[in-house]
Ligand binder design. Structure first.
Ligand code: K7E
Ligand code: CUA
Length: 679
């Protein structure tokens, strides 16, 4: 033990000297002598390291992730929040949580779903259109996608799906707020979403569990093959408007194979998309009746099918009017998809999960959850097989199945239970290996690597534990950065102080810039089960620091015609309707008294006339479940019925200034009968 300590220290000292030469610059700027400081710092650091029992690896990890106060992270991660229904913004390499973006779930700090007309409208747009619309207050966010230009992140928009209810949301990365929520027509669940085409022409959403189409029609499970279907939706994105354009969006009906992850082709494969599947057996479960449970029924065959879809041709077919309308939405039927040759199947082994295009767009990497290999297909080989009609058969729905051996390029043995793959800028792929709890680095073939080591495993690093997705810096684009990957681990077990039976997830930051991968940091994520993450170079984002003009409505992204400008504050009564035009600035609301009568419909148009960065105000009415967050320049509207007489203080719910507690007022709801109110 003593010996070990000694060896550690021998390693440690040169490392520290190396590490602290990095500090020279700032010291020099301040006119200090770095030599003198180095010795002091090194000996102090050595004492700390010794006292804490830190290894040389611990020390380099700390130095690589520590972010001095006021310094910014190099990368930003946009993470799904799983069952929380939100998106989370995290800095890399510090792994500091920067923000929650409210999406499918009300979020009180941002005043999202607590009275502001804009957020109430967004949540309403995401309701289930069943009879009386069914309100949904949660989502299961899975796969975020940053908008792309020429296959590279452009940092303008983020899309995210809700697996639980088949919805999609658009977030504008100028203010990091949700702008649109759409309930996907005709389907009730999704999983292969969201993925964008290389110029964000479309946002792709593949369904998951097959259901009768449209979803609110009934068909019993014994009609599974005839009535149940999968679906892929292509949402047309209008970049100018920053919104999905439903009138130019469409769906393609798919066999009921439980489509899984999708990805869009790029470069040589641009114009195509793929979706894996996991139940080509068309098992219908029923363990309670002595049937094989889904887990066995859907795993009987050695192969399932990767769906290959020619979306450019599909777009043409829709324009030619060959789609049918289901609930007013264009759907290409399975029959048309086969007849017009836009859909092909490719066998994929052993409970496939994940389908990822390599940066050059030629390779598609598919993992088998019960396999030890990843299977790699070549898009050049696929194109040839399609041209030659080299089919090994057709499925139950007459969809052609390409000959597996003729489209397969390689099977790389990387470990048991591979899931998802990302890439670096040196010709390596990184795959999460669930069952083994490792992240595997392996070499791609030509043109990335030409030697004998192409398609071979390079290295594996243990992760803790049960890694699902992984993300590498811009690792799913045409131009990955290398540098960092983050393992998104489902279980943390013993990594953190116990906080009861529900354990946090674990994000593990891994340095991939050197020859050997190094684990740098464990970030507990105690908010939900995040599935997928995008990691973008921070300088590609151009967020606003305040809203561009006073009276700005974040939902319309323009000045609100009803915004209250300073000097225009007033209260207007029209029968039972009372409109209050209000401004907020440190440290008062104007007006401070709102006088209404029981039963009045009250609308408050409130504008923050602040222009100072970070001078956020809240607007909360006690007892009304109302809370807004007003960022500098923002205009918001709140509507409610003053249904109970009484006196309700309202106040600023954000500690904005020394006189924040004085930033308050009274809502006076005068009873219908009784004492007359003061004029
Ligand atoms: Cu869990 Cu992408 Cu929904 Cu794989 S997915 S882990
Ligand atoms: Cu404004 Cu507190």
């Amino acid at each position: 033990m003593k010996n070990f300590q000694y060896i550690k220290m021998v390693f440690l000292i040169p490392l520290l000297v190396l590490a602290f030469t990095a500090c020279d610059m700032s010291n020099k700027e301040q006119g200090q002598d770095p030599q003198v400081n180095d010795a002091n710092v090194a000996s102090t650091a050595q004492e700390i390291a010794e006292a804490r029992g830190l290894s040389p690896d611990d020390i380099t990890a700390a130095l690589k992730t520590y972010m001095p106060t006021g310094k910014y992270d190099e990368y930003i991660m946009l993470s799904s929040g799983g069952q929380s229904g939100q998106v989370y913004v995290i800095g890399v390499p510090s792994m500091r949580l920067l923000k929650t973006i409210a999406v499918f779930t009300p979020e009180p700090w941002q005043g999202y779903g607590y009275g502001s007309k804009e957020s109430m409208q967004l949540l309403k747009d995401g309701e289930m259109p069943i009879g009386e619309n069914r309100e949904l207050t949660w989502g299961d966010t899975h796969h975020p996608a940053i908008s792309e230009t020429n296959g590279d992140y452009d940092g303008e928009f983020l899309f995210i799906d809700d697996k639980a209810n088949a919805r999609v949301a658009v977030i504008d990365l100028r203010d990091f707020e949700t702008k649109q929520i759409i309930k996907t027509p005709n389907v009730i669940t999704d999983h292969g979403a969201t993925f964008v085409t290389p110029n964000t022409e479309y946002v792709i959403q593949g369904s998951q569990y097959a259901t009768p189409i449209p979803y609110y029609e009934y068909a019993d499970l014994d009609e599974y093959k005839e009535k149940y279907r999968g679906m892929v939706t292509l949402f047309k994105f209008d970049r100018g408007k920053g919104r999905i354009d439903m009138s130019n969006s469409f769906q393609i009906e798919l066999p009921p194979y439980w489509q899984d992850l999708c990805d869009a082709g790029k470069k040589v494969s641009e114009g195509w998309l793929v979706c894996g599947s996991l139940n080509s057996e068309m098992a219908t479960g029923g363990i309670e009746d002595g049937n094989p449970p889904f887990e066995a029924g859907a795993s009987q065959r050695d192969m399932d099918y990767l769906h290959l879809i020619d979306w450019k041709k599909a777009e043409k077919i829709v324009k030619e009017g060959k789609a049918k309308k289901i609930n007013g939405f264009d759907v290409i039927s399975l029959q048309t998809a086969v007849d017009d040759e836009i859909l092909y199947l490719i066998p994929e082994p052993k409970s496939p999960h994940g389908a990822d295009f390599s940066p050059d767009g030629n390779y598609i990497v598919v993992s088998g959850k019960l396999d030890t290999h990843v299977t790699v297909y070549g898009f050049d080989k696929i194109t040839k097989a399609i041209q030659d009609k080299n089919y090994e058969g057709r499925d139950h729905y007459n969809v052609p199945i390409l000959n597996f051996n003729d489209v397969k390029v390689a099977q790389v043995n990387i470990g048991l239970g591979p899931l998802h793959t990302q890439f670096d800028n040196k010709g390596n792929a990184y795959t999460s290996v669930f069952i083994e709890s490792t992240m595997a680095k392996w070499k791609l073939g030509e043109p990335y690597n030409t030697g004998d080591d192409a398609w071979t495993l390079v290295e594996k690093i243990p992760v803790h534990y049960n890694i699902g997705h992984l993300v590498c810096a811009e690792g799913d684009t045409v131009d990955p950065d290398g540098k960092y990957c983050v393992a998104l681990n489902k279980w943390s077990i013993d990594r953190f102080s116990p906080v009861g039976p529900l354990h946090p997830q674990n994000f593990q930051l891994i340095d991939i810039s050197g020859d050997k991968m190094q684990l740098l940091y464990d970030m507990p994520f105690g908010i939900g089960e995040p599935h997928y993450v995008q990691m973008i170079k921070a300088d590609k984002l151009k967020p606003w620091l305040i809203y561009p003009e006073i009276g700005f409505n974040p939902l319309t992204m323009s000045k609100d015609p009803n915004a209250t400008m300073p000097g225009d504050e007033k209260t207007v009564r029209n029968g039972n309707n009372v409109d209050v035009y209000m401004t907020a600035i440190r440290s008062h609301f104007y007006p401070e008294h709102i006088r209404v009568k029981e039963g009045d419909n009250v609308t408050i148009h409130i504008t923050s006339i602040e222009q100072a960065r970070d001078a956020t105000h809240g607007f909360a009415i006690d007892g009304y479940n109302i809370n807004l967050s007003l960022e500098p320049g923002e205009s918001s509207t709140v509507e409610f019925k003053a249904d109970k007489p009484g006196v309700y203080p309202f106040y600023c719910s954000e500690f904005c200034s020394a006189l924040h507690l004085e930033m308050a007022g009274y809502l006076l709801v005068e009873p219908k009968s009784g004492k007359t109110a003061k004029k």
